[in-house]
Ligand binder design. Sequence first.
Ligand code: GLN
Length: 208
Amino acid sequence: MAGNPRVGVLALQGDVREHLRALERLEAVAVPVRRPDELASVAGLVLPGGESTVIDKLARSFGLHEPIRQAIAAGLPVYGTCAGLILLADRILDAAAGQRSFGGLDVTVQRNAFGSQLDSFETELSVSGWEPPPVRAVFIRAPIVVDVAGDVQVLATLADGRIVAVQKGSVLGTSFHPEVTGDLRFHRLLLDLIQERAAAHDAVHAHQ
Ligand code: GLN
């Protein structure tokens, strides 16, 4: 891929700025995405934390639902944090009436899974295959993954075994928010997935 990758952050609601900053720190060209033509210009996309019901409604009214769904289905690398993970899940428990997701991860997520007594907390997690230090994970009214199917890989669990980070091909999702802690490893992984996709694309074209 020529130059630094252009990576979008869906900028309808939520912690958009933190993700833009994390991507910029990794020298990506980070762009807010609010329109289909902006989506078409990026090589990867972040779905931020926020409120999945609001992001879902706004995505539909901005004409972005179908383009995002199709882009993910066609292999656009994407990373969802918290509400973003909910937006990637094929199935949602405790969804609001009529709530939809873009899909892409063959998982069931449960919204607000920690209940009102434990709205927010932080813990350390080790991620499968990663060197120490562990990830400092911040959970804010977070979902958990209650069921994975197909070739979804579990990247991290809480000490009690509940699943909080998953990957399927170039689709990544975490229940927690690395964009607020300064640990850039998940964003780096997204950039690696973008790089791999570009290299595969170049290889196909070189043979034509
Ligand atoms: N509870 C929110 C939802 O259901 C997610 C919270 C978050 O992104 N921090 O969308």
